[in-house]
Design a protein around this ligand. Structure first.
Ligand code: URA
Length: 243
């Protein structure tokens, strides 16, 4: 008799149960402000490509960009809309729809977060994008703000904060503090991220309960060097350098 597949199977019901592929899907996090993308076969296949150490740089960029696009589209679903009715070209016909309310901007945490800027531009034409550089201070080993360039009116914008990997959360937490110090309300920040550690996601969600995290996957944990496991290695190195 065919074995019942485990509950973490993915794939639409197009095959006999015993032929369905099995894949590891994201952990769930008990925080309502962490939104994990639906674990569809497509997303899992894209993540499989970028996690594979044998994937070359061109493919890494291509498949990362596809996931970034999904994250941006989901992030945009969290922005407020108002009712907006339009006249269609068909005589006398109207459509009761919605339109986005308010201004947005992107803020990338350098350097890996810059890889997500194009995905945001592809969805939001001529979007303003700011940057924050945070690095570990050699003396104190704590994250330190080295540079920021943010839109002057950022306090009046919804901010899509971009960083592909949420490991310990140190840099991202500091980036949020910088945004708050410029007057951005916590509830106007959406943090878009490809892979999170459970530690990082929980820390972030608890420190900023009104901020929303949109991630593609919550992984198993961190290793002794604070790399996410199983992870994908160093995102910035794989995106920006030919190794
Ligand atoms: N940054 C990365 O690029 N990879 C990790 O695993 C953790 C942080």
């Amino acid at each position: 008799m065919a074995k019942e597949p485990p509950s973490d199977c993915v794939g639409p019901e197009y095959r006999a149960k015993d032929e369905k592929p099995i894949a590891t899907v994201s952990q769930q996090i008990p925080h309502t402000n962490v939104h994990i993308l639906p674990q569809t076969p497509q997303l899992i296949a894209l993540l499989t490509m970028i996690r594979d150490k044998n994937t070359d740089r061109a493919d890494f960029i291509f498949y990362s960009n596809r996931i970034i696009r999904l994250l941006v589209e989901e992030g945009l679903n969290h922005l407020p809309v108002t009712e907006h009715t339009v006249n269609t070209p068909v005589s006398g016909q109207t459509y009761a729809g919605v339109k986005f309310e308010g201004k947005i901007c992107g803020v990338s945490i350098m350097r890996a977060g810059e890889a997500m800027e194009q995905g945001l531009r592809d969805c939001c034409r001529s979007v303003r994008i700011g940057k924050i550089l945070i690095q570990r201070d050699e003396e104190t080993s704590k994250p330190r703000l080295f540079y920021d360039k943010l839109p002057e009116d950022i306090a009046n914008r919804w901010v899509l904060l971009l960083d592909p990997m949420l490991a310990t959360g140190g840099s991202a937490l500091m980036a949020v503090e910088v945004l708050r110090s410029r007057g951005v309300p916590e509830e106007h920040i959406l943090f878009l991220n490809l892979i999170a550690s459970p530690e990082g996601a929980k820390r972030f969600a608890e420190k900023f309960p009104k901020l929303r995290v949109v991630t593609a996957f919550v992984d198993q944990g961190l290793n002794e060097k604070n790399y996410i496991i199983p992870g994908l290695g160093d995102f910035g190195d794989r995106f920006y350098t030919n190794i």
